[in-house]
Write a protein that binds this ligand. Structure first.
Ligand SMILES: Nc1ncnc2c1ncn2[C@@H]1O[C@H](COP(=O)(O)OP(=O)(O)OP(=O)(O)O)[C@@H](O)[C@H]1O
Ligand SMILES: [Mg+2]
Length: 472
């Protein structure tokens, strides 16, 4: 894979993921699987329908100050150290008389740890994204204060906390406007992956501003919005509107028309849109900003950088801090943070790896209770380095990815072209269309392309390979 794949094709997150090589001792040639994403975070219905339920509040996971009667002196000391780490919660757990000793056999404890590490569990504080949140909040606040439309473009690799931070900012804006005695800000959060066609974004916005306005009319929702924002409005309908277009990469059409029209709405004389576009495509800014600038619309850009090892570790520790027991060896967490940071800095991935390591321990524990077990697994056994290493190789290893990585460079480019061709609902493409995309990619990577005969041959070879992929 060309080394600049990450930059040139950053909007095609799956392909970038495939091309990312993990620089690690134990995972030399590993690459990571296409991450499974929690697509509908901003969709409350989807979130509430998640398989992970809200933690049961009755049973506290906080440490007890009363040591277990059966504990050795050493365990008591260790337990006391734990207690010192959570001094505030001590009294609560003490009153409830809950147990604080970790046991992988305890289903309730296991469930609580998994839940703390689940991607759908929004943390109470979003660590390592404080600056970004302040900048977004200040931008929105500035627009509301001045009653002025504006646009912001947030970009960053998958799992870097963009959607999470946006949710928090929306909350903060709501709290701030209430406290300031301002009228509530109309907020529309759209996950662009949920739109059946890109122009539906305009009907969504119109529906939010003027419900029912779209029906029985000759002009399109975009034209409606353009008219609306070109004329002075009655004061009652001139509230500012915060529009969050998450996964905005999905709005990229060939001519990027929808994207331009969307951002241009913020430049109309009576516009009251505060538009925030969130996307993975770091280079999208370079590709579409110059044109927007020439149209007198240059959104502010905030980039979310991949999490570093220390940040991933801090976030993991923070998420686990709510539990009274220690389920992970510190070194195991560190290993996870190091490997994930080296691969992608994707927090979603780090959480998945930790959960997977926990499951490995769970299986090991269960296995040890069987009649053929080689002696019992200690009840207090925690997730160790070996569990984590196994989870890492399980997560980062994919036969399909390995096969793709072993392909010659031009065949990899064809796969990138195919990914581009089949984005959205498109089911088929001609060799000519594929060749055109292939030539575009070669041009952007400054690689001389293969001729059409060679290209067709490579497609045939790949076609055979795809049959092999399906076998996995
Ligand atoms: N700072 C953080 N603290 C705690 N958890 C985090 C943090 N950042 C990310 N996460 C976890 O990782 C998950 C993925 O984050 P998020 O959905 O915000 O990523 P994203 O940048 O929007 O990714 P994508 O580009 O794929 O949409 C979150 O649901 C959350 O569980
Ligand atoms: Mg997101």
């Amino acid at each position: 894979m060309p080394t600049n794949a990450g930059t040139s094709l950053s909007s095609y997150k799956h392909i970038v993921a495939i091309g990312t090589t993990v620089k690690s001792e134990s995972l030399e040639s590993a690459a990571y699987e296409i991450p499974r994403k929690r697509k509908m975070r901003s969709d409350s219905a989807a979130v509430s329908g998640n398989s992970v339920s809200t933690p049961k509040k009755l049973k506290s996971h906080l440490p007890s100050s009363v040591p277990n009667p059966g504990m050795s002196e050493k365990e008591v000391v260790e337990d006391s150290n734990e207690i010192l780490r959570y001094p505030v919660n001590l009294a609560v757990s003490d009153c409830l008389g809950t147990k604080s000793k970790w046991s992988p056999r305890d289903e309730e404890q296991m469930r609580a740890v998994k839940e703390a590490l689940h991607v759908s569990k929004a943390p109470s504080t979003i660590l390592c994204r404080e600056d970004e949140q302040i900048r977004i909040f200040e931008f929105v606040k500035g627009c509301i204060d001045q009653q002025k439309a504006g646009s912001l473009y947030i970009c960053g690799c998958p799992g870097t906390g963009k959607s999470l931070s946006m949710e928090k900012v929306v909350q903060q804006v709501g709290d701030w406007s209430t406290q300031a005695g301002l009228p509530p800000v109309d907020t529309l959060s759209v996950n662009c992956t949920s739109l059946s066609k890109t122009t539906d974004i305009f009907s969504k916005i119109l529906g939010e501003i003027k419900p029912g306005k779209n029906a029985n009319t000759n002009s399109s929702p975009l034209q409606h919005l353009q008219n609306l924002f070109s004329q002075k409005q009655e004061s009652s309908s001139s509230r500012m509107m915060l529009i969050i277009a998450d996964e905005m990469d999905y709005l990229i059409t060939k001519d990027r028309g929808v994207l331009y029209d969307l951002f241009m709405l913020t430049t109309l004389p009576f516009s009251r849109c505060i538009l925030i576009g969130v996307a993975n495509a770091i280079d999208l800014a370079d590709r579409f900003l110059p044109k927007l600038k020439s149209l007198n619309c240059k959104p502010m850009v905030i980039t979310f950088r991949a999490y570093s090892k220390d940040q991933i570790l801090r976030i993991l520790q923070e998420r686990l801090r709510v539990l009274s027991y220690v389920a992970f060896q510190p070194k195991a967490l560190e290993l996870c943070a190091r490997k994930v940071a080296a691969a992608s800095g994707d927090m979603r991935k780090a959480l998945c790896v930790c959960r997977s390591a926990l499951e490995i321990l769970e299986i090991e524990t269960r296995g040890s209770t069987g009649p053929e077990s080689q002696g019992p697994t200690p009840d207090d056994s925690v997730v160790r380095m070996d569990h984590m290493a196994a989870a890492l190789s399980k997560t980062f290893k994919s036969p399909v990815v390995e096969t793709i990585q072993s392909l010659p460079q031009h065949q990899q480019i064809i796969i990138c072209a195919a990914a581009k061709a089949f984005r959205g609902s498109k089911k088929d493409a001609t060799v000519g269309e594929l060749n055109k995309l292939y030539l575009e990619i070669c041009k952007s990577w400054m690689i001389s392309p293969a001729g059409i005969t060679e290209f067709t041959n490579m497609c045939t070879v790949l076609n055979d390979q795809v049959c092999c992929f399906r076998g996995y």
